[in-house]
Design a protein around this ligand. Structure first.
Ligand code: HEM
Ligand code: HEM
Length: 202
């Protein structure tokens, strides 16, 4: 579940220098995770801020984003280690463990993939995006009679993104300081820094 990162050992002045662990880069986010993240983020921001509400481009971008999220969700079943739901699904035990790490200001035992709170956020973002695609489709197809209600729900979901997305970005910045790891850069390069201690690596 979690991976021990012992990077803080190097901050301990009592550690003999010969024991100071070396760091190395580990590939955490594979190419599919990174490409879907940045394309989905671009599409969502475009639909929230730039495309004409309900216009052709809006629908096209919306369906593309939903398609990318569906691919990413399937990748959660069969993809690389840290992309899988099994690695980051926020179970109660994982949440408790993470909260106790946070309250004790422990940074030695970290999730290399999404921590459980980040996982709640990303699952929420995916759910809202799927909801937007579904209500958008239902509004346009006319399968369901109550277009007004669908519009209301679509608007509500879109408005929730105005809250969730900034929160998500602030959390990424705060956790980057907390973990002394640039998480945004990791989402671009795919790599995170780990201590080169094979005995603690899974
Ligand atoms: C998945 C990403 C999407 C986002 C972020 C998004 C966002 C939005 C936003 C912010 C509005 C304006 C709501 C308001 O204040 O009235 C809107 C309206 C609308 N969207 Fe989307 N949308 C998405 C997907 C879709 C899709 C896939 C469709 C249709 C196929 C669609 C169809 C519409 C329509 C028809 C409206 C106008 C509704 C009205 O007249 O009030 N949207 N959308
Ligand atoms: C509309 C915009 C955005 C949406 C919908 C979004 C959504 C997501 C999702 C779904 C994930 C999980 C990725 C995966 O496992 O495949 C994620 C992760 C991440 N996102 Fe975003 N994102 C957005 C914008 C941004 C921006 C602008 C930044 C940076 C400034 C950012 C930084 C990150 C980081 C650092 C992670 C990894 C979090 C971790 O280490 O657990 N995101 N985002």
């Amino acid at each position: 579940m979690s991976q021990k990162r012992t990077t803080n050992l190097s901050d301990n002045p009592s550690m003999p220098s010969s024991n100071t662990p070396k760091t190395k880069q580990l590939r955490v986010w594979d190419i599919l995770v990174r490409v879907t993240h940045w394309t989905v983020a671009t599409g969502i921001i475009a639909n929230l801020l730039f495309t004409e509400d309900g216009g052709e481009l809006h629908e096209y971008v919306g369906y593309t984003v939903v398609g990318l999220v569906v691919i990413r969700l399937l990748w959660g079943l069969v993809g690389s280690r840290y992309a899988r739901f099994s690695d980051f699904f926020p179970t109660l035990a994982r949440i408790k463990h993470h909260l106790s790490d946070l309250s004790a200001r422990r940074t030695d035992e970290q999730h290399l993939g999404h921590n459980p709170l980040a996982a709640i956020m990303v699952l929420s973002l995916w759910a809202v995006i799927i909801g937007l695609g579904t209500t958008g489709y239902l509004m346009e197809s006319g399968i369901l009679g109550n277009k007004d209600l669908l519009e209301e729900v679509h608007e509500l979901l879109a408005n929730s993104l105005y809250l969730l997305v900034p929160l998500h970005i602030i959390a990424a910045i705060v956790m980057s300081y907390w973990e002394r790891e640039n998480l945004i850069k990791s989402m671009i390069t795919g790599n995170k820094t780990v201590t080169d201690k094979p005995s603690t690596m899974k």
